[in-house]
Write a protein that binds this ligand. Structure first.
Ligand code: LMR
Length: 392
């Protein structure tokens, strides 16, 4: 019977990791999967995480189960950063649970909306491919709208039309900041408008915040999410610490639900707990515990925030250098200067992306997405020359 299964393609993005590793060229460049890299091309463990891990090893006295919600100290310690220090639980309307990474959080959020009777998810495209993949696995319909214009700005007409065309039983999935894969975020004024329109249309927002702090700053990157929440009675928030704490393979995330009446929270969250139990039972503890130890300690928190500033500054420098280059062959690099986070799209065809890889040893996603953190002052000129070459 198992032979009835159809062959599935390897995940195109994750497959790039192996392809890059197997490439013997010394000057190859990995612009594929979204991990931060230093100016030397490394992805080190944060110093604040190392310190928290040392503390964890010394102090943790049990590894007994915690329950499907995971480490609630971790979940609650994050809330002031996500929802604001003034009222992190919006007057008792928000509760969360720990999940294995942002993907675990999205999986639970989408399974919850499915269970609640939602049928379609409205998503701006291109989007992170796993969004559509999870929806397909849960048999949720996806309604796409165009996220960005070639000028490098959000396509506001498209998002307006998508919201106006929404039906009862629709939810909308929005990237909180550092849009993956385009790096093109809504301005604060655009968020104000979107929040109002979603509220008027009475559709459920699912906010995916996987890169907080990598765009403009921790507070700035939360603007859109917070703006949507104040306008809405209900929302789901999918959070990842994998990038902003550099915990990638440790899988650290959280799902938060916001309801209008605090009396409904326990019922809503019981669905998250029950779905977690059916999927992974309980989230892995280590990374979340390390984050909690950082957030419980003022000095470690300051160190973590300084490390995040360093990352953001470096990515800004790379973006400034790309933008200052003007054009590379047929490609205008200037919009990348104003984009946010790890990603931008280089408008290349599939064949040109392949040529970048085969001829120049430069690995990027098939969509033309690059991880700008893979560029350094040492390899950026090679990248620009290669784009010029394949588009000549
Ligand atoms: C990415 O888009 O590169 C990251 O979110 C990593 C992943 O899991 O795809």
């Amino acid at each position: 019977m198992l032979t009835n299964l159809q062959q599935q393609p390897a995940d195109a993005l994750l497959a790039l990791i192996k392809l890059h590793n197997a490439d013997p060229r010394a000057d190859k460049i990995d612009l594929g999967v979204g991990v931060y890299r230093t100016g030397e091309g490394d992805t080190p463990v944060f110093r604040s995480i190392k310190a928290a891990e040392a503390k964890l090893v010394a102090e943790q006295d049990s590894k007994a189960y915690l329950g499907p919600e995971g480490d609630m100290g971790f979940v609650e310690a994050l809330m002031p950063y996500v929802f604001g220090k003034d009222s992190p639980d919006m007057g008792g309307r928000i509760e969360g649970m720990q999940t294995p990474g942002g993907t675990g959080s999205l999986r639970l959020a989408l399974a919850m909306v499915k269970r609640a009777g939602y049928q379609r998810i409205i998503v701006g495209t291109p989007s992170w491919p796993n969004h559509a993949q999870i929806c397909a696995d849960l048999d949720l319909g996806v309604v796409e709208f165009n996220h960005a214009l070639p000028s490098g700005h959000p396509d506001m007409d498209a998002v307006r039309a998508a919201i106006t065309g929404a039906q009862e039983g629709d939810a909308i999935l929005l990237h909180g900041c550092c849009h993956n894969p385009t790096g093109i975020d809504y301005t604060n004024e655009q968020w104000d408008e979107i929040a109002q329109r979603i509220a008027d249309a009475k559709i459920l927002p699912i906010l995916d915040l996987a890169y907080q702090g990598l765009g403009m700053g921790m507070e700035e990157d939360a603007y859109g999410l917070r703006r949507v929440l104040v306008a809405m009675p209900e929302a789901l928030i999918c959070y990842s610490c994998d990038k902003n704490f550099g915990l990638y393979r440790d899988r650290v995330g959280a799902l938060y639900a916001m309801v209008s009446d605090p009396a409904d929270l326990a019922k809503v969250m019981s669905n998250g707990h029950n779905l977690a139990r059916a999927n992974w039972s309980q989230p892995p503890d280590h990374g979340g515990a390390a984050v909690r130890l950082i957030l419980e300690d003022e000095a470690l928190t300051a160190q973590w925030l300084a490390e995040l500033d360093e990352m953001r500054d470096r990515m800004r420098q790379v973006r400034a250098k790309l933008a200052a280059s003007g054009t590379a062959g047929a490609v205008d690099l200037t919009p990348m200067g104003g984009q946010n986070g790890l990603f931008s799209i280089v408008p290349l065809s599939k064949d040109q992306v392949l040529e970048m890889r085969e001829k120049h040893g430069i690995y990027m996603a098939g969509s033309g997405r690059i991880n700008v953190a893979g560029l350094t002052m040492g390899n950026i000129d090679k990248f620009i020359a290669a784009v010029a070459d394949v588009t000549a």
